[in-house]
Design a protein around this ligand. Structure first.
Ligand code: F6R
Length: 605
């Protein structure tokens, strides 16, 4: 997590650094800082705890001159969110910003202490600055000193170094964590992603694992993990797609929820033409004996919903795991199987490592990713964009439903390839799927009902979410959304599992959100709901009109959803999950777009 930026420019650089950090704030917002080298070669920094706005305020009162600078927005790993722990870390003539974790920092810290240096922070990053400063004190130039330091680092990092007296030098390095180098006209940039650099350049080079770059205004010399000069392509990135605004909504999340009918429609139009699915030729499921679906958090729940589709529609046995477990479980994988990795950012460290684990063991790896330039998109055999557009709200909304849309298309392709659906069957299911954007539009109307229930939910200490079949992962997603946005403890359970333990939690203070359209499993869920109400649990039933008529007696409240969408209805039911969490968070006054302790791109384990 953490966002880093570096600029060798031709103007005062601190406003540009702050502008870029604004675009990186989704990666963490515990503190922010910048360092610059001014015309006299003086290296100075400003740092502030909390959101970026605190740093901007500070820069108004204590401006920082210089045409060369680095900046950082932090998601704390080592050490609390204090000014002393904020980046850039500056020791002697060196300032460093870092994204990742230096795993051997304790050993390095002991070494520099033994050399007579005193750390001033609790961070792993400061040891990088200390070690480099020590090498320079021994007579090495900045480039060599940085190289000596880099050779000692274990773990994952994207790093940028700036040096006193060196207004035309920046060193960048990556291992594990992403890093982009931007080429301007007589200016150079580095950033955690291309979006941060979009205001300055659309010419981007992605460093590969183990690379480091020696950057001056004339360009970047890139070296690989062996220290040999490396050629890395400069790509033209579509900066038009990187406009970021709230479009009149109060929060990015509200805008992103409301965008779903449009972006999901665009995603479906990309993959479906008439009665035909359009996917790369290599997507042919005929010989696939098993599927493994991997992701984290909301992306994992998208995979969870999709498992029901792949199994019931296409008859492919599916394994499902969270990436952080999968990567260390050493699961045996069939050479005829495919592994799919679902990720909005495409940079989630665990999901990326899971992909790397699987790639030489399975027949094909498929990345279902929103950020097309991301590591997962680059490293998977086939990358399928989810086309949700930039998602700024840290809690995922439109990225989730677009993941579901792409996974639904894949499941239908699999069902057709394997003869489980003939052309007519496929056309009927495609019609259901194509109906989803319109139904989503109708589903947005539950916002009002959710707002009215927000006061009730915001009083609760615990909330349970229940669902069956493909609505069980929707319940899990609902509970995750409520937790992360409103800080209320919430759990999702399979409806039938409640009586095996969790029912002990039920009393009149525990709201129970039941996600149950009137489908084949509806009656069973209604029975579970009755068991809750018999124990004075307060039920919110989310169903269609028929379901509410048939099962709504005695519930505390109900929300009516549009009917239709066939097997793909779980996509619709994501909307009340999002709005319940959103309005409850607004009622509680929490930070909707940047909930505490979270970051959007989780590039550490
Ligand atoms: C929750 C949320 C997270 C992410 C998870 C994976 O609202 O956004 O749970 O889904 O961190 O992130 P990506 O999809 O970027 O791999």
């Amino acid at each position: 997590m953490c966002g880093i930026i570096g600029i060798l420019g031709n103007h005062e650089v601190s406003p540009q650094l702050v502008e870029a950090l604004k675009r990186l704030e989704y990666r963490g917002y515990d503190s922010a800082g910048v360092a610059t080298v001014d015309a006299d070669g003086k290296l100075s920094r400003r740092r502030a705890v909390g959101k970026l706005v605190n740093l901007s305020d500070r820069l108004v009162h204590e401006p920082l001159a210089g045409h060369a600078g680095i900046g950082h927005t932090r998601w704390a790993t080592h050490g609390a969110a204090t000014e002393a722990n904020a980046h850039p870390h500056k020791r002697g003539p060196v300032a460093v910003v870092h994204n990742g974790i230096i795993e051997n920092f304790r050993e390095l810290r002991d070494e520099v202490i033994a050399l007579g240096m005193t750390p001033e922070s609790e961070t792993d990053t400061e040891t990088v600055a200390l070690l480099t400063a020590w090498h320079m004190s021994q007579g090495l130039g900045p480039v060599q000193a940085a190289r000596e330091t880099l050779a000692r680092l274990h773990g994952a990092f994207a790093l940028a170094f700036l040096f006193e007296g060196e207004g035309n030098l920046m060193i960048a390095a990556r291992k594990g964590s992403p890093l982009a180098v931007g080429t301007g006209d007589g200016e150079m940039f580095i950033g955690s992603d291309a979006v941060a650099l979009a205001p300055f350049t659309d010419r981007i080079t992605y460093l590969e694992d183990g690379d480091h770059a020696v950057i001056t205004r004339a360009g970047a010399e890139i070296f690989d993990a062996e220290g040999l000069p490396a050629n890395r392509e400069i790509q033209q990135i579509d900066v038009g797609a990187t406009r970021i605004d709230k479009g009149g909504f109060r929060h990015f999340m509200a805008k992103e929820i409301a965008e779903q009918p449009v972006v999901l429609g665009d995603a479906l139009n990309h993959y479906i033409k008439g009665d035909r699915i359009v996917l790369p030729d290599a997507i042919d499921f005929r010989d696939v004996d098993r599927l493994t679906l991997v992701g984290c958090g909301t992306a994992f729940y998208a995979g969870y919903v999709a498992r029901y589709w792949f199994e019931t529609l296409a008859g492919i046995p599916c394994d499902l795991d969270v990436a952080s477990e999968f990567r260390y479980r050493e699961p045996p994988l069939s050479p005829k199987s495919w592994a799919m990795f679902v990720s909005q950012s495409g940079e989630t460290a665990d999901t990326l490592a899971a992909l790397h684990y699987a790639r030489d063991k399975v027949a094909k790896t498929v990345g279902v990713v929103n950020v097309g330039t991301s590591a997962i998109a680059r490293d998977a055999d086939i990358a399928l964009p989810t086309l949700a557009g930039i998602e700024v709200g840290v809690a995922s909304s439109k990225a989730f439903t677009c993941q579901l849309a792409v996974l639904a298309v894949l499941a239908l392709k699999a069902a057709h390839d394997r003869g489980r659906l003939d052309d007519a069957g496929l056309a009927a299911h495609l019609a259901d799927l194509r109906a989803i954007p319109g139904l989503l539009n109708q589903a947005l109307a539950v916002s009002d009902g959710c707002r009215k229930l927000a006061g009730w939910l915001s009083e609760a200490q615990d909330v349970l979410y229940l669902g069956r079949g493909s609505f069980y992962p929707v319940a899990l997603e609902g509970a995750l959304k409520l937790k992360e946005l409103s800080y209320i403890h919430a759990e999702g359970y399979a409806s039938g599992e409640l009586k095996h333990g969790p029912i002990a939690l039920i009393d009149r203070n525990v709201p129970v959100v039941v996600v149950a359209p009137r489908d084949a499993l509806f009656e069973k869920t209604v029975s579970n709901m009755q068991e809750v109400m018999a124990r004075h649990g307060q039920v919110l039933l989310i169903s269609d009109v028929e379901g509410i008529e048939a099962g709504g007696d005695g519930v505390h409240a109900s929300l009516a959803m549009p009917q239709g969408g066939g097997s793909f209805q779980p996509i619709l039911y994501a909307v009340p999950m999002q709005y319940l969490a959103y309005h409850t968070a607004v009622a509680k006054g929490t930070d909707v777009d940047q909930p505490r302790n979270l970051a959007k791109s989780v590039t550490v384990e």
